[in-house]
Design a protein around this ligand. Structure first.
Ligand code: ZN
Length: 497
Protein backbone atom coordinates (compact mmCIF):
# COMPACT_ATOMS: atom_id res chain seq x y z
CA UNK A 1 0.00 0.00 0.00
CA UNK A 2 1.33 3.45 -0.96
CA UNK A 3 0.14 6.50 0.97
CA UNK A 4 0.22 9.46 -1.44
CA UNK A 5 -0.46 13.04 -0.47
CA UNK A 6 -2.23 15.45 -2.82
CA UNK A 7 -2.41 19.24 -2.48
CA UNK A 8 -2.70 22.34 -4.65
CA UNK A 9 -2.13 26.08 -4.69
CA UNK A 10 -2.95 28.14 -7.76
CA UNK A 11 -3.11 31.80 -8.67
CA UNK A 12 -1.59 33.65 -11.62
CA UNK A 13 -0.25 37.13 -10.94
CA UNK A 14 0.14 40.19 -13.11
CA UNK A 15 2.54 42.33 -11.13
CA UNK A 16 1.45 45.27 -13.32
CA UNK A 17 -2.06 45.09 -11.84
CA UNK A 18 -2.08 47.51 -8.87
CA UNK A 19 -4.87 45.63 -7.03
CA UNK A 20 -3.56 43.08 -4.53
CA UNK A 21 -5.16 39.62 -4.46
CA UNK A 22 -6.60 38.96 -1.01
CA UNK A 23 -7.25 35.73 0.83
CA UNK A 24 -11.01 35.97 0.23
CA UNK A 25 -10.32 35.56 -3.51
CA UNK A 26 -9.18 31.99 -2.84
CA UNK A 27 -11.48 29.01 -2.74
CA UNK A 28 -10.13 26.49 -0.25
CA UNK A 29 -10.85 22.78 0.11
CA UNK A 30 -9.51 21.07 3.20
CA UNK A 31 -8.95 17.32 3.41
CA UNK A 32 -11.86 15.25 2.13
CA UNK A 33 -13.64 18.38 0.83
CA UNK A 34 -11.11 18.26 -1.98
CA UNK A 35 -12.54 15.05 -3.38
CA UNK A 36 -16.15 16.18 -3.08
CA UNK A 37 -15.51 19.56 -4.74
CA UNK A 38 -13.04 18.68 -7.47
CA UNK A 39 -13.55 15.03 -8.46
CA UNK A 40 -14.63 14.84 -12.11
CA UNK A 41 -13.78 18.47 -12.94
CA UNK A 42 -11.22 19.43 -15.58
CA UNK A 43 -8.59 20.21 -12.95
CA UNK A 44 -5.19 18.78 -12.12
CA UNK A 45 -6.39 17.63 -8.69
CA UNK A 46 -9.23 15.69 -10.34
CA UNK A 47 -6.66 14.01 -12.59
CA UNK A 48 -4.54 13.06 -9.60
CA UNK A 49 -7.59 11.61 -7.86
CA UNK A 50 -8.48 9.65 -11.04
CA UNK A 51 -5.18 7.78 -10.87
CA UNK A 52 -4.88 7.34 -7.11
CA UNK A 53 -8.48 6.29 -6.51
CA UNK A 54 -8.40 3.74 -9.33
CA UNK A 55 -5.48 1.89 -7.71
CA UNK A 56 -6.44 -0.32 -4.77
CA UNK A 57 -2.83 -0.26 -3.61
CA UNK A 58 -2.96 3.51 -3.04
CA UNK A 59 -4.31 5.38 -0.05
CA UNK A 60 -5.01 9.02 -0.94
CA UNK A 61 -4.11 11.70 1.59
CA UNK A 62 -5.88 14.92 0.58
CA UNK A 63 -4.19 17.85 2.33
CA UNK A 64 -5.47 21.21 1.08
CA UNK A 65 -6.24 22.77 -2.28
CA UNK A 66 -6.58 26.54 -2.69
CA UNK A 67 -7.06 28.45 -5.90
CA UNK A 68 -7.97 31.94 -6.99
CA UNK A 69 -8.70 33.61 -10.26
CA UNK A 70 -5.80 35.57 -11.69
CA UNK A 71 -5.04 39.03 -10.33
CA UNK A 72 -2.48 41.35 -8.83
CA UNK A 73 0.24 40.20 -6.41
CA UNK A 74 -0.99 38.27 -3.39
CA UNK A 75 -1.13 40.37 -0.19
CA UNK A 76 1.92 39.22 1.73
CA UNK A 77 0.30 38.39 5.09
CA UNK A 78 -2.54 36.62 3.28
CA UNK A 79 -0.01 34.59 1.31
CA UNK A 80 1.90 33.72 4.48
CA UNK A 81 -1.30 32.54 6.18
CA UNK A 82 -2.39 30.52 3.17
CA UNK A 83 1.02 28.91 2.81
CA UNK A 84 1.20 28.14 6.52
CA UNK A 85 -2.23 26.54 6.44
CA UNK A 86 -1.24 24.38 3.47
CA UNK A 87 2.00 23.36 5.18
CA UNK A 88 0.18 22.60 8.42
CA UNK A 89 -2.21 20.30 6.55
CA UNK A 90 0.77 18.49 5.00
CA UNK A 91 2.54 18.26 8.37
CA UNK A 92 -0.55 16.72 9.98
CA UNK A 93 -0.69 13.94 7.37
CA UNK A 94 3.03 13.30 7.05
CA UNK A 95 3.81 13.00 10.74
CA UNK A 96 7.29 13.22 12.20
CA UNK A 97 10.13 11.82 10.03
CA UNK A 98 7.69 11.49 7.09
CA UNK A 99 6.68 8.04 8.27
CA UNK A 100 3.07 8.54 7.22
CA UNK A 101 3.60 9.15 3.52
CA UNK A 102 5.26 7.59 0.46
CA UNK A 103 5.14 10.59 -1.87
CA UNK A 104 3.31 13.79 -2.77
CA UNK A 105 1.68 15.34 -5.81
CA UNK A 106 1.35 19.13 -5.64
CA UNK A 107 -0.63 21.07 -8.26
CA UNK A 108 0.73 24.58 -8.75
CA UNK A 109 -0.02 27.22 -11.33
CA UNK A 110 3.55 28.46 -11.03
CA UNK A 111 3.13 32.15 -11.88
CA UNK A 112 2.01 33.38 -8.49
CA UNK A 113 3.84 36.32 -6.93
CA UNK A 114 3.44 37.66 -3.42
CA UNK A 115 3.73 41.31 -2.55
CA UNK A 116 7.27 40.63 -1.32
CA UNK A 117 7.79 36.92 -2.13
CA UNK A 118 8.54 36.52 -5.85
CA UNK A 119 8.53 32.70 -5.72
CA UNK A 120 5.73 31.49 -3.42
CA UNK A 121 5.60 28.03 -5.01
CA UNK A 122 9.35 27.61 -4.44
CA UNK A 123 8.97 28.63 -0.80
CA UNK A 124 6.12 26.20 -0.17
CA UNK A 125 7.73 23.34 -2.09
CA UNK A 126 10.97 23.77 -0.17
CA UNK A 127 9.03 23.45 3.10
CA UNK A 128 7.20 20.38 1.81
CA UNK A 129 10.57 18.91 0.78
CA UNK A 130 11.78 19.39 4.38
CA UNK A 131 8.70 17.57 5.65
CA UNK A 132 8.95 14.69 3.17
CA UNK A 133 12.69 14.10 3.27
CA UNK A 134 13.65 11.93 0.30
CA UNK A 135 10.10 10.76 -0.52
CA UNK A 136 9.28 11.53 -4.18
CA UNK A 137 7.45 14.73 -5.09
CA UNK A 138 5.84 15.41 -8.47
CA UNK A 139 4.43 18.83 -9.29
CA UNK A 140 2.21 19.96 -12.14
CA UNK A 141 2.44 23.43 -13.63
CA UNK A 142 0.51 25.68 -15.97
CA UNK A 143 2.66 26.23 -19.04
CA UNK A 144 2.73 29.92 -18.06
CA UNK A 145 4.67 28.99 -14.90
CA UNK A 146 7.91 30.63 -13.83
CA UNK A 147 10.63 28.09 -13.12
CA UNK A 148 13.10 28.84 -10.34
CA UNK A 149 16.18 26.92 -9.20
CA UNK A 150 14.40 26.21 -5.93
CA UNK A 151 11.41 24.66 -7.69
CA UNK A 152 13.63 22.38 -9.78
CA UNK A 153 15.77 21.44 -6.79
CA UNK A 154 12.82 20.54 -4.56
CA UNK A 155 10.72 18.58 -7.08
CA UNK A 156 11.63 15.17 -8.48
CA UNK A 157 9.58 15.82 -11.60
CA UNK A 158 7.81 18.84 -13.10
CA UNK A 159 4.84 18.20 -15.38
CA UNK A 160 3.58 21.23 -17.32
CA UNK A 161 0.40 21.46 -19.38
CA UNK A 162 0.79 20.51 -23.03
CA UNK A 163 -2.04 22.61 -24.48
CA UNK A 164 -2.66 26.28 -25.16
CA UNK A 165 -5.47 27.23 -24.88
CA UNK A 166 -5.37 24.97 -21.83
CA UNK A 167 -7.63 21.95 -22.09
CA UNK A 168 -5.42 19.26 -20.50
CA UNK A 169 -5.59 20.21 -16.84
CA UNK A 170 -7.06 16.86 -15.76
CA UNK A 171 -4.77 14.95 -18.09
CA UNK A 172 -1.74 16.75 -16.63
CA UNK A 173 -2.83 15.74 -13.13
CA UNK A 174 -3.05 12.15 -14.32
CA UNK A 175 0.43 12.31 -15.85
CA UNK A 176 1.84 13.68 -12.60
CA UNK A 177 0.06 11.11 -10.45
CA UNK A 178 1.12 8.18 -12.64
CA UNK A 179 4.75 9.30 -12.55
CA UNK A 180 4.61 9.82 -8.78
CA UNK A 181 3.28 6.31 -8.35
CA UNK A 182 6.13 4.87 -10.42
CA UNK A 183 8.66 6.86 -8.37
CA UNK A 184 7.04 5.78 -5.09
CA UNK A 185 7.28 2.13 -6.19
CA UNK A 186 10.94 2.55 -7.06
CA UNK A 187 10.36 1.73 -10.73
CA UNK A 188 12.09 4.88 -12.03
CA UNK A 189 14.79 7.30 -10.87
CA UNK A 190 14.12 10.76 -12.33
CA UNK A 191 16.90 12.92 -13.80
CA UNK A 192 15.76 16.45 -14.68
CA UNK A 193 17.42 19.05 -16.92
CA UNK A 194 16.19 22.61 -17.17
CA UNK A 195 17.31 24.98 -19.91
CA UNK A 196 16.38 28.64 -19.53
CA UNK A 197 15.32 30.49 -22.68
CA UNK A 198 15.51 34.28 -22.39
CA UNK A 199 12.32 34.96 -24.29
CA UNK A 200 8.83 36.26 -23.53
CA UNK A 201 6.36 34.99 -26.08
CA UNK A 202 2.93 36.00 -27.35
CA UNK A 203 0.86 35.61 -30.49
CA UNK A 204 -0.82 32.99 -32.63
CA UNK A 205 2.24 30.74 -32.97
CA UNK A 206 1.60 29.78 -29.35
CA UNK A 207 -1.60 27.96 -30.27
CA UNK A 208 -0.52 24.37 -29.77
CA UNK A 209 -2.96 23.00 -32.33
CA UNK A 210 -1.49 25.05 -35.17
CA UNK A 211 1.62 27.01 -34.15
CA UNK A 212 5.35 26.40 -33.91
CA UNK A 213 4.96 26.13 -30.15
CA UNK A 214 2.74 23.10 -30.78
CA UNK A 215 5.61 21.48 -32.67
CA UNK A 216 7.87 21.99 -29.66
CA UNK A 217 5.22 20.52 -27.37
CA UNK A 218 4.88 17.56 -29.74
CA UNK A 219 8.60 16.87 -29.19
CA UNK A 220 7.85 16.88 -25.45
CA UNK A 221 4.99 14.43 -25.87
CA UNK A 222 7.25 12.14 -27.90
CA UNK A 223 9.80 12.19 -25.08
CA UNK A 224 7.12 11.34 -22.52
CA UNK A 225 5.88 8.41 -24.57
CA UNK A 226 9.38 7.09 -25.33
CA UNK A 227 11.25 4.41 -23.41
CA UNK A 228 12.86 6.13 -20.42
CA UNK A 229 11.18 9.51 -21.04
CA UNK A 230 9.25 10.61 -17.95
CA UNK A 231 8.23 14.27 -18.32
CA UNK A 232 8.87 17.15 -20.70
CA UNK A 233 7.49 20.60 -21.35
CA UNK A 234 8.16 24.08 -22.61
CA UNK A 235 7.15 26.50 -19.87
CA UNK A 236 6.82 30.01 -21.27
CA UNK A 237 6.10 32.02 -18.11
CA UNK A 238 3.31 34.53 -17.66
CA UNK A 239 4.90 37.59 -19.31
CA UNK A 240 3.10 39.83 -16.78
CA UNK A 241 4.61 38.29 -13.66
CA UNK A 242 7.64 40.56 -13.53
CA UNK A 243 9.83 38.64 -11.06
CA UNK A 244 13.58 37.93 -11.21
CA UNK A 245 13.18 34.46 -12.77
CA UNK A 246 10.67 35.47 -15.45
CA UNK A 247 11.66 33.90 -18.78
CA UNK A 248 10.86 30.72 -20.71
CA UNK A 249 12.28 27.30 -19.84
CA UNK A 250 12.47 23.80 -21.23
CA UNK A 251 12.29 21.02 -18.65
CA UNK A 252 12.95 17.35 -19.40
CA UNK A 253 12.99 14.41 -16.99
CA UNK A 254 14.23 10.98 -17.96
CA UNK A 255 14.68 7.74 -16.08
CA UNK A 256 18.23 8.03 -14.75
CA UNK A 257 19.74 9.56 -17.90
CA UNK A 258 20.87 13.14 -17.21
CA UNK A 259 22.78 13.36 -20.51
CA UNK A 260 19.67 12.55 -22.48
CA UNK A 261 17.58 14.98 -20.40
CA UNK A 262 20.07 17.72 -21.25
CA UNK A 263 20.35 17.11 -24.97
CA UNK A 264 16.61 16.66 -25.41
CA UNK A 265 16.03 19.97 -23.60
CA UNK A 266 18.69 21.66 -25.69
CA UNK A 267 17.15 20.37 -28.92
CA UNK A 268 13.76 21.81 -28.00
CA UNK A 269 15.21 25.09 -26.68
CA UNK A 270 17.13 25.64 -29.92
CA UNK A 271 13.94 25.02 -31.90
CA UNK A 272 12.05 27.65 -29.89
CA UNK A 273 14.93 30.13 -30.16
CA UNK A 274 15.22 29.70 -33.92
CA UNK A 275 11.59 30.76 -34.36
CA UNK A 276 11.58 33.51 -31.71
CA UNK A 277 10.63 36.28 -34.14
CA UNK A 278 7.35 34.45 -34.77
CA UNK A 279 6.33 34.59 -31.12
CA UNK A 280 5.21 38.20 -31.20
CA UNK A 281 1.53 39.18 -31.19
CA UNK A 282 0.08 40.87 -34.22
CA UNK A 283 -2.26 43.53 -32.91
CA UNK A 284 -4.89 45.56 -34.75
CA UNK A 285 -5.79 49.15 -33.89
CA UNK A 286 -9.26 49.54 -32.43
CA UNK A 287 -10.50 51.69 -35.34
CA UNK A 288 -9.34 49.09 -37.84
CA UNK A 289 -10.88 46.28 -35.74
CA UNK A 290 -14.26 48.05 -35.77
CA UNK A 291 -13.97 48.44 -39.56
CA UNK A 292 -13.25 44.72 -39.84
CA UNK A 293 -16.32 43.91 -37.72
CA UNK A 294 -18.46 46.21 -39.88
CA UNK A 295 -17.40 44.27 -42.96
CA UNK A 296 -17.90 40.80 -41.45
CA UNK A 297 -20.97 38.62 -41.72
CA UNK A 298 -21.59 36.93 -38.40
CA UNK A 299 -19.75 37.23 -35.11
CA UNK A 300 -16.45 39.07 -34.80
CA UNK A 301 -14.59 38.33 -31.57
CA UNK A 302 -12.31 41.07 -30.24
CA UNK A 303 -9.56 39.67 -28.05
CA UNK A 304 -8.70 42.36 -25.48
CA UNK A 305 -5.64 40.60 -24.08
CA UNK A 306 -4.47 43.84 -22.45
CA UNK A 307 -7.19 43.56 -19.78
CA UNK A 308 -7.15 39.75 -19.59
CA UNK A 309 -8.50 38.87 -16.17
CA UNK A 310 -7.28 35.32 -16.82
CA UNK A 311 -3.70 36.67 -17.12
CA UNK A 312 -4.01 38.78 -13.96
CA UNK A 313 -5.37 42.11 -15.23
CA UNK A 314 -7.92 44.12 -13.30
CA UNK A 315 -10.79 43.85 -15.79
CA UNK A 316 -11.89 47.49 -15.43
CA UNK A 317 -10.74 48.68 -18.85
CA UNK A 318 -13.35 50.58 -20.83
CA UNK A 319 -11.00 51.19 -23.77
CA UNK A 320 -12.93 49.08 -26.28
CA UNK A 321 -16.27 50.42 -25.01
CA UNK A 322 -15.03 53.99 -25.56
CA UNK A 323 -13.85 53.00 -29.02
CA UNK A 324 -17.39 52.14 -30.07
CA UNK A 325 -18.91 55.40 -28.79
CA UNK A 326 -19.58 57.85 -31.58
CA UNK A 327 -18.68 55.41 -34.38
CA UNK A 328 -21.01 54.62 -37.24
CA UNK A 329 -20.87 50.91 -36.35
CA UNK A 330 -24.51 49.77 -36.25
CA UNK A 331 -24.08 46.17 -35.09
CA UNK A 332 -24.69 44.74 -31.64
CA UNK A 333 -21.81 44.58 -29.18
CA UNK A 334 -21.33 42.51 -26.00
CA UNK A 335 -18.58 43.29 -23.53
CA UNK A 336 -17.66 42.99 -19.86
CA UNK A 337 -16.33 45.34 -17.23
CA UNK A 338 -15.39 44.99 -13.58
CA UNK A 339 -16.94 47.89 -11.68
CA UNK A 340 -18.31 47.20 -8.19
CA UNK A 341 -19.64 50.74 -7.72
CA UNK A 342 -21.55 50.68 -11.00
CA UNK A 343 -23.05 47.27 -10.15
CA UNK A 344 -24.14 48.55 -6.74
CA UNK A 345 -25.79 51.61 -8.30
CA UNK A 346 -27.56 49.45 -10.90
CA UNK A 347 -28.87 47.14 -8.17
CA UNK A 348 -30.07 50.13 -6.14
CA UNK A 349 -31.81 51.61 -9.19
CA UNK A 350 -33.48 48.34 -10.26
CA UNK A 351 -34.31 46.67 -13.58
CA UNK A 352 -35.59 49.11 -16.18
CA UNK A 353 -34.03 52.15 -14.51
CA UNK A 354 -32.25 54.73 -16.66
CA UNK A 355 -29.31 56.46 -15.06
CA UNK A 356 -26.03 58.22 -15.64
CA UNK A 357 -23.30 55.84 -14.60
CA UNK A 358 -19.54 56.09 -14.39
CA UNK A 359 -17.99 52.95 -15.89
CA UNK A 360 -14.44 51.64 -15.67
CA UNK A 361 -11.16 52.89 -14.30
CA UNK A 362 -11.98 51.94 -10.71
CA UNK A 363 -9.10 49.51 -10.18
CA UNK A 364 -6.25 50.50 -12.50
CA UNK A 365 -6.80 54.26 -12.81
CA UNK A 366 -3.28 54.78 -14.12
CA UNK A 367 -4.26 52.94 -17.30
CA UNK A 368 -8.02 53.47 -17.55
CA UNK A 369 -10.09 56.64 -17.05
CA UNK A 370 -13.79 56.37 -16.12
CA UNK A 371 -16.42 57.27 -18.70
CA UNK A 372 -19.87 58.69 -17.83
CA UNK A 373 -22.71 57.06 -19.78
CA UNK A 374 -26.50 57.23 -19.80
CA UNK A 375 -27.50 53.57 -19.53
CA UNK A 376 -30.55 51.40 -18.87
CA UNK A 377 -30.48 48.48 -16.44
CA UNK A 378 -31.58 45.35 -18.33
CA UNK A 379 -31.15 42.67 -15.67
CA UNK A 380 -29.56 42.00 -12.29
CA UNK A 381 -28.17 38.83 -10.78
CA UNK A 382 -26.39 37.40 -7.75
CA UNK A 383 -23.77 36.29 -10.27
CA UNK A 384 -23.30 32.61 -9.43
CA UNK A 385 -22.30 30.35 -12.31
CA UNK A 386 -20.00 27.43 -13.06
CA UNK A 387 -17.10 27.70 -15.49
CA UNK A 388 -16.96 25.24 -18.39
CA UNK A 389 -14.21 23.22 -16.63
CA UNK A 390 -16.50 22.62 -13.65
CA UNK A 391 -15.27 25.04 -10.98
CA UNK A 392 -17.37 27.80 -9.42
CA UNK A 393 -16.94 31.40 -10.57
CA UNK A 394 -17.27 34.26 -8.13
CA UNK A 395 -18.07 37.48 -9.99
CA UNK A 396 -20.00 38.94 -7.07
CA UNK A 397 -23.27 40.58 -8.13
CA UNK A 398 -23.71 41.35 -11.82
CA UNK A 399 -25.73 43.82 -13.87
CA UNK A 400 -26.51 43.83 -17.58
CA UNK A 401 -26.51 47.40 -18.84
CA UNK A 402 -27.73 48.70 -22.18
CA UNK A 403 -26.36 51.57 -24.20
CA UNK A 404 -28.02 51.66 -27.62
CA UNK A 405 -26.83 48.45 -29.31
CA UNK A 406 -24.15 47.74 -26.73
CA UNK A 407 -24.74 45.31 -23.84
CA UNK A 408 -22.35 45.63 -20.93
CA UNK A 409 -22.05 42.80 -18.41
CA UNK A 410 -20.74 44.51 -15.27
CA UNK A 411 -19.39 42.37 -12.42
CA UNK A 412 -18.33 43.31 -8.92
CA UNK A 413 -15.21 41.15 -9.07
CA UNK A 414 -12.95 39.96 -11.88
CA UNK A 415 -13.78 36.61 -13.46
CA UNK A 416 -12.23 34.79 -16.40
CA UNK A 417 -13.81 36.06 -19.62
CA UNK A 418 -13.09 33.03 -21.78
CA UNK A 419 -16.21 30.86 -21.98
CA UNK A 420 -19.82 31.41 -22.89
CA UNK A 421 -21.38 30.41 -19.57
CA UNK A 422 -20.50 33.77 -18.02
CA UNK A 423 -22.84 35.41 -20.52
CA UNK A 424 -25.48 32.67 -20.72
CA UNK A 425 -25.87 32.80 -16.92
CA UNK A 426 -26.86 36.45 -17.36
CA UNK A 427 -29.34 35.85 -20.18
CA UNK A 428 -26.91 36.85 -22.93
CA UNK A 429 -26.10 34.53 -25.82
CA UNK A 430 -22.80 35.57 -27.44
CA UNK A 431 -23.79 33.81 -30.68
CA UNK A 432 -26.52 36.43 -31.20
CA UNK A 433 -24.15 39.42 -31.25
CA UNK A 434 -22.13 41.00 -34.05
CA UNK A 435 -19.16 41.72 -31.78
CA UNK A 436 -18.17 40.04 -28.51
CA UNK A 437 -15.21 41.49 -26.59
CA UNK A 438 -13.31 38.85 -24.61
CA UNK A 439 -10.67 39.86 -22.09
CA UNK A 440 -8.48 36.87 -22.87
CA UNK A 441 -5.47 36.36 -25.17
CA UNK A 442 -6.23 32.83 -26.36
CA UNK A 443 -8.17 30.78 -23.79
CA UNK A 444 -11.45 31.95 -25.33
CA UNK A 445 -10.70 30.12 -28.58
CA UNK A 446 -11.82 26.79 -27.14
CA UNK A 447 -15.31 28.24 -26.69
CA UNK A 448 -15.62 30.71 -29.57
CA UNK A 449 -13.81 29.39 -32.63
CA UNK A 450 -16.88 27.38 -33.64
CA UNK A 451 -19.22 30.41 -33.55
CA UNK A 452 -16.90 33.24 -34.65
CA UNK A 453 -16.51 34.40 -38.25
CA UNK A 454 -13.48 36.55 -37.37
CA UNK A 455 -11.12 36.89 -34.43
CA UNK A 456 -9.22 40.17 -34.05
CA UNK A 457 -6.59 40.94 -31.40
CA UNK A 458 -7.06 44.62 -30.55
CA UNK A 459 -4.30 46.96 -29.44
CA UNK A 460 -5.52 48.83 -26.36
CA UNK A 461 -3.78 49.67 -23.08
CA UNK A 462 -3.77 47.34 -20.09
CA UNK A 463 -1.63 45.61 -17.49
CA UNK A 464 -1.47 42.41 -19.59
CA UNK A 465 -0.94 43.95 -23.03
CA UNK A 466 0.56 41.66 -25.66
CA UNK A 467 2.55 44.71 -26.69
CA UNK A 468 5.25 43.88 -24.15
CA UNK A 469 7.15 47.06 -24.91
CA UNK A 470 4.26 49.01 -23.33
CA UNK A 471 4.89 47.48 -19.89
CA UNK A 472 7.30 48.77 -17.21
CA UNK A 473 9.53 45.72 -16.68
CA UNK A 474 11.93 46.05 -13.74
CA UNK A 475 12.78 42.56 -12.53
CA UNK A 476 12.70 39.89 -15.25
CA UNK A 477 15.80 38.27 -16.73
CA UNK A 478 17.67 40.72 -19.02
CA UNK A 479 18.58 40.80 -21.78
CA UNK A 480 15.48 39.04 -23.04
CA UNK A 481 13.61 38.74 -26.33
CA UNK A 482 11.72 40.83 -27.47
CA UNK A 483 12.50 43.61 -24.99
CA UNK A 484 16.19 43.72 -25.91
CA UNK A 485 18.12 43.41 -29.16
CA UNK A 486 18.49 39.73 -29.96
CA UNK A 487 22.12 39.93 -31.04
CA UNK A 488 23.11 40.73 -27.43
CA UNK A 489 21.47 37.57 -26.17
CA UNK A 490 23.51 34.40 -25.76
CA UNK A 491 21.77 31.18 -24.86
CA UNK A 492 23.11 29.78 -21.61
CA UNK A 493 22.80 26.06 -21.91
CA UNK A 494 23.76 25.40 -18.33
CA UNK A 495 21.64 22.47 -17.26
CA UNK A 496 20.69 21.83 -13.67
CA UNK A 497 21.40 18.43 -12.22
ZN1 ZN B 1 -1.74 29.47 -18.54
Amino acid sequence: MKRLLIAGLKQETSTFNPVLTRRNSFQICRGEEMRASLRGTNTEIAGGLDVFEADDQVEVLPALAAWSGSGGPVHQEDLDRLGDELLESVRALVGSDAAGVDGAYIAFHGAMAGEREPDPEGWILEEIRHLLGDRPIAISLDLHAIITDRLVRCADALLPFHTYPHTDQRDTGQRAARLLLRMARGEVVPATARLPLPMLVRGDELLTATGRFGEAIEMCREIESSEGGLAAGVVIGNPFTDVPDLQSNVVVTTDGDPDRSRWEAERIARFMWRYRELFVAELTSLDKAIDIAAGTNGLTVFSDAADATSSGASGDSNAVLKGFLGTAFDGTVLLTIVDAAAVARAHAAGVGAQLALSLGGTLDPGRHAPVMLQIRVVSLSDGHFTYEEGTTARPGRTAVLMLDRIRILATERPVHVMGRRLFLANGLDPAEFDVVVLKSPNGFRTHYEEIASRIVSVDVPGSTSANLHSLPYRHCVRPIFPLDPTEEIELQFAAEE
